[in-house]
Design a protein around this ligand. Structure first.
Ligand SMILES: NC(=O)c1ccc[n+]([C@@H]2O[C@H](COP(=O)([O-])OP(=O)(O)OC[C@H]3O[C@@H](n4cnc5c(N)ncnc54)[C@H](O)[C@@H]3O)[C@@H](O)[C@H]2O)c1
Length: 353
């Protein structure tokens, strides 16, 4: 059987999840890993049994044995590597956000349109069983028309520092890093409606809260408490062509009493909370009824999510399926996020029609 021969660009933390899923996938042969830190590329290649390690991703893209790549680098090089990979004839799975700005995202879209390669964006939460089960209910019209959604991802002290806190590299803060996941889940479950307007706010009142030393937090290896140029938190109201609306908020720093995640969609026949756990609400025979699908986990399953995401990419690349997260979805999400920043900066609602 034809193997799907894969290279991974960027060998840091999320690359481990891609590599674990690739190495456990019977359809995949791991060929190479590239990272500007060659030592890291080599050690990760050794760990997962990839044949070659490169310091320069151009070399990996010139490797004829590689059919497809995962791009797991910092956000500032997603567009560059995605376009180079498409032009080199590779299938591409690019981590979220697809790019830092709409301009970069549209450059990727142009390359996608000139190519017959699969270009998938790393919206891993779509692939979690809880989301797929809810999607099957929505596709069967159990919720009716979804007219309202809530997407919230609150960290009270969760600025990771390093490149995540550098606007130039990351493109933005919690909005582009974690808000993007919950926004995307709602938009996906709503059926990818066209956005007509966005009104948003961003705040940077608390900074990275490096002064708090009494609570544990995730920090990247090169954490520097004095470096932070991203927002603490953002919120937005997003309106869609079909009249539906979405409320979003997300934070790295906020005086909240706890971290939380909330993803909910409401239709005229039923509603559902996807996170923190899947519950569906409806009416039956003039009674209000809650439905609790009996699945292994009603919350996001990290490992299974990545395994399913990689399987969808492999199946699409081998012509056995369609990707459920095509590049243009990544572009539309960046269009919304950029409009939130623009609205926050100008103090106006941004029209996208
Ligand atoms: N899907 C998810 O849930 C999820 C979770 C975390 C991170 N991410 C995304 O994954 C990407 C990487 O995040 P991370 O946490 O793994 O970061 P990281 O810093 O741990 O790893 C990034 C790696 O890429 C390498 N790199 C960066 N720019 C490069 C370039 N131009 N050429 C070659 N190598 C380069 C770095 O040396 C580093 O080893 C980001 O875009 C992030 O948004 C997604």
């Amino acid at each position: 059987m034809t193997k799907f021969r894969v290279g991974v660009i960027g060998a840091g933390s999320i690359a481990q999840s891609h590599l674990t899923a690739y190495s456990e996938n019977a359809d995949v042969e791991l060929i190479a890993v590239a990272d500007m830190n060659l030592e890291r590329a080599q050690s990760v290649a050794d760990q997962y049994g990839a044949r070659r390690a490169y310091a320069d991703p151009h070399e990996l893209l010139a490797d004829d044995e590689v059919d497809a790549v995962s791009i797991c680098t910092w956000n500032n090089s997603h567009a560059n590597w995605a376009i180079a990979a498409i032009e080199a004839g590779k299938h591409v799975l690019v981590e979220k956000p697809i790019a830092r700005t709409l301009e970069e995202a549209l450059e990727i879209q142009k390359a996608v349109e000139k190519s017959d390669r699969v270009v998938q964006v790393g919206f891993v939460r779509r692939h979690s069983p809880n989301c797929q089960v809810l999607k099957s209910f929505i596709d069967a019209d159990e919720l009716g028309e979804i007219y309202y959604a809530k997407a919230s991802c609150i960290r009270r002290m969760g600025n990771p520092g390093g490149w995540f806190a550098d606007k130039e590299i990351a493109g933005g803060g919690p909005l582009l890093d974690i808000g993007i996941h919950v926004l995307d889940l709602c938009w996906y479950l709503m059926g990818s409606p066209k956005v007509v307007s966005v009104s948003g706010n961003t705040y940077d009142r608390l900074g990275n809260r490096a002064n708090i030393t009494t609570m544990p937090r995730y920090q990247v290896a090169d954490y520097d408490p004095d470096k932070n140029s991203v927002e603490d938190m953002a919120n937005a109201v997003i309106r869609f062509e079909n009249g539906a609306s979405l409320l979003l908020d997300c934070s790295y720093s906020l005086h909240a009493t706890q971290d939380s995640i909330d993803v909910s969609v409401y239709g005229d026949k039923g509603g559902a909370e996807l996170e923190p756990a899947l519950h569906i609400a409806t009416e039956m025979h003039d009674s209000v009824v809650n439905i609790e699908p009996q699945i292994a986990s009603r919350s996001f399953e990290f490992g299974v999510g990545f395994a399913n995401e990689i399987q969808n990419f492999v199946d699409s690349g081998l012509g056995r399926a369609e990707t459920i997260a095509p590049a243009w979805h990544g572009v539309e999400i960046v269009r919304i996020l950029e409009a939130i920043y623009e609205s926050a900066e100008t103090g106006r609602e941004i029209s996208l029609v």
